[in-house]
Ligand binder design. Structure first.
Ligand SMILES: Cc1ncc(COP(=O)(O)O)c(C=O)c1O
Length: 386
């Protein structure tokens, strides 16, 4: 009899995956579940990856990734955000943002440490913290603004075991950007309580209508306590290439690099070369993407708001939309499962992102416009039949 570890036994597949898998049972499904855009990376990025394979540049790199890639990331951040990180010791290339998050947590957490996670949150944070034998403390306030959080609630949750706060801005699933005053308040309290901040900014490339975004790292005194996680998955539609990176103080990058040797050795080499091309600045390879997603977002917002008993706000960023289902009288999981069974439309139950989101389902507009129109038509039919 094989006895699995406590951690392996405690980890559960997310509801997102559950719905995605259930959706596979229908061949005509309109699948709004995964944040995996249908858009291809720019041809030049694909060519750079293919050329690396053809020329045999496919061996291991340094654990932190090719120096050329780290130099490119450094220049990219300097050019785009005005932050300078040293390629030699303040940057690591990772297997997507996911591995960046995991190595970040692994390098700072001891058993029993607490990590504060405000809802709505990206589902994997919670289990990743548990995988490090630490305790996730979720800030979930169903009475307040359901799709946001209050920094004073974060402060209340801090104990002498708290090591870090994880923030995600722009946010999956809410599509909102954490406003400047809240970022300032979070910075203030993290300095006061000597906490690290893990800032997951994988959607900062997908901001609509010039909405304002401020990274916490730009606030005085925050660079030395922020672990900034990003990736090419969303910005360049390279989800399956599994390439991301982390910018952080050198002690943390040093620890992550040591850990990387034992986890993945390094990120995939063809992906590292493709990332150099994507981030090099010779071309703006993600420019059209924002236009495509803006069109899709507008179709959905109008469509959903024209359906009785459903409503949604226009997201400022990301390719997600939270649909308020409270007037249907159903909670999110029941709604999502019925919607799938009755009209073959797959969405993610809001409860996945925290208790406060149980009146919502998440729609990812990572599919083509004709599918989006078809999805809206079926959702309307479903609601009309209730
Ligand atoms: C908030 C957030 N962080 C991280 C990730 C993972 O990104 P990657 O593909 O770079 O691992 C996702 C993917 O959906 C996400 O939504």
């Amino acid at each position: 009899m094989i006895e699995l570890s406590h951690i392996a036994k405690s980890i559960k597949p997310s509801l997102t995956r559950h719905l995605f898998n259930l959706a596979k049972e229908y061949d005509d499904v309109v699948d709004f579940t995964l944040g995996d855009p249908d858009i291809q990376p720019h041809q030049a990025i694909k060519d750079a990856g293919c050329l690396a394979i053809q020329e045999g540049r496919t061996r291991y790199s340094q654990n932190a990734g090719l120096l050329e890639l780290r130099q490119t990331i450094s220049r990219y951040y300097e050019r785009k955000e005005g932050f300078y990180y040293q390629p030699e010791n303040e940057i690591i290339a990772t297997v997507g943002a996911m591995e960046g998050l995991y190595l970040s947590l692994l390098s700072i957490l001891n058993p029993g440490d607490e990590v504060v996670i405000p809802a709505p949150y990206y589902v994997n944070y919670v289990q990743m913290v548990q995988m490090c034998h630490a305790t996730p403390i979720i800030i979930d306030n169903p009475e307040g603004d359901e799709l946001s959080f209050d920094p004073s609630d974060v402060e209340t949750a801090i104990t002498n075991k708290t090591k870090a706060i994880i923030i995600n801005t722009p946010s999956n699933p809410s599509g909102r950007i954490i406003p400047k005053h809240k970022i300032m308040a979070l910075a203030e309290l993290s300095k006061r309580h000597n906490l690290l901040v893990i800032s997951d900014e994988v959607y900062k490339c997908l901001i609509y209508d010039n909405a304002e975004f401020k990274s916490i790292v730009g606030i005085e005194g925050m660079r030395e306590r922020t672990i900034l996680v990003n990736s090419l998955s969303k910005e360049f539609c390279m989800t399956g290439w599994r390439i991301g990176y982390v910018l952080a103080p050198k002690e943390i990058i040093g620890a992550m690099t040591k850990l990387q040797e034992n986890v993945a050795a390094c990120a995939s080499l063809p992906s590292q070369y493709a990332a150099i091309e994507a981030l090099s600045g010779n071309n703006d390879y993600s420019a059209n993407m924002v236009n495509t997603f803006t069109k899709r977002r507008n179709i959905l917002v109008e469509g959903i708001n024209s359906i009785p008993r459903l409503s949604c706000k226009t997201p400022d960023s990301t390719f997600y939309l939270m649909v308020d289902i409270s007037k249907t009288g159903m909670k999110s999981e029941e709604f999502a499962i019925m919607l799938l069974k009755k009209v073959h439309v797959a969405v993610v139950p809001g409860i996945t992102y925290g208790k406060s989101c149980d009146n919502y389902v998440r729609i990812a507009f990572t599919i083509k416009e004709d599918k989006i129109y078809e999805g809206i038509k079926r959702i309307r039919l479903f609601i009309n039949q209730l």
